[in-house]
Design a protein around this ligand. Structure first.
Ligand SMILES: [Zn+2]
Length: 325
């Protein structure tokens, strides 16, 4: 069974309708998944989740960062408006629970998949996470959910080595920085180059004991689904010879879609079925298929909804049937 995790509070985070990461993203996603229920029935089960604890977030973020973040969340709630917490990043009343609920959903998803009660899972997280560093919020991201999930797996002994595959159109500078020196967590990112936030050059490969466990794959603007898939596939095959994970997390952004207003790539929703299958292929060979995909960007809500359904179908072992849903 595939888990679909969506914390009810995730939709409360409200940076405003003029912000690309607005509340309509989850509505469109829920509607797209709802329309596919007949196909997903019996294969995908929906879960709510607990809230992550401060202790769990402290495994990745500094006390200063969390104190500042939740202080601004409180202030936004008191003043009844959205407020800036870092570059490009706003919080509102409800953001605290959205952040803790989405991180909690990742924790619960990785626990259930590691413990074998679910085969794999998708987490519809909001706000996204991969730009959040240990010290700060940026790029719409407050807390790095995937990083929290990876650390949780290691700290609870559920995994010894974790791979993170990041196919968001942007480089996950936060995730790369957090695990830069960590030999037990491999960070593989495929992203448009050049693009925001400017990090993620090929030469960035990790440091100290983590040297060689960061890999950046760059694709130029205008890259289509076939070329993107080929590039990721080659990187996955190459990485598999160097790193043997017992759990794989995906930073699943959907801003590489052709319809996306922020990205410059040309993927279609069905391409995400293929990308998911490729990651699952590695997971099946390396770690019993244990994969948890966590939503990052994706700013054209309708296309993102379709691409999430394509991801869910792949996770659930259902064929992709075109894009006319
Ligand atoms: Zn992005």
């Amino acid at each position: 069974m595939t888990g679909f995790f969506l914390h009810a509070a995730a939709s409360l985070h409200d940076p405003g309708w003029g912000h690309p990461e607005h509340q309509g993203r989850l509505r469109a996603l829920a509607s797209a998944v709802g329309k596919d229920l007949l196909t997903l029935h019996g294969r995908v089960e929906q879960f709510e989740s607990r809230l992550a604890t401060m202790q769990e977030l402290l495994s990745v973020h500094s006390p200063d960062h969390l104190e500042h973040l939740f202080h601004v969340c409180r202030k936004a709630e008191e003043e009844g408006r959205s407020m800036e917490v870092g570059p490009e990043t706003l919080v509102s009343a409800g953001s605290r629970d959205a952040i803790l609920g989405s991180a909690g959903a990742v924790l619960e998803a990785v626990e259930r998949v590691a413990d074998g009660t679910l085969a794999n899972a998708f987490v519809a997280a909001r706000p996204p996470g991969h730009h959040a560093t240990r010290e700060r919020s940026m790029g719409f991201c407050a807390v790095n959910h995937v990083a929290v999930g990876a650390r949780h797996l290691l700290e609870t002994g559920r995994a010894r080595r974790v791979a993170i595959v990041d196919w968001d159109v942007h480089h996950g500078n936060g995730t790369q920085e957090i695990f830069w020196q960590d030999p037990d967590i491999f960070y593989l990112s495929i992203h448009q180059w050049p693009s925001y936030p400017g990090t993620g050059a090929e030469a960035e490969q990790g440091g100290g004991e983590g040297r060689g466990t960061t890999r950046n794959v760059l694709v130029p603007p205008g890259t289509d689904g076939a070329a993107h898939r080929a590039a990721l596939r080659e990187a996955l095959e190459d990485t598999a010879t160097a790193f043997d994970p017992d759990f794989i997390l995906v930073s699943a952004g959907y801003d590489a879609l052709a319809q996306d207003p922020l990205g410059g790539l040309l993927l279609e929703p069905a391409d995400f079925h293929a990308l998911t299958r490729d990651v699952m292929g590695w997971a099946e060979a390396a770690c019993g298929g244990r994969v948890v995909a966590v939503m990052e960007g994706g700013f054209e809500p309708r296309a993102t909804g379709k691409a999430v359904v394509a991801t869910l179908r792949a996770l659930a072992g259902v064929e992709e049937v075109g894009q006319d849903r």
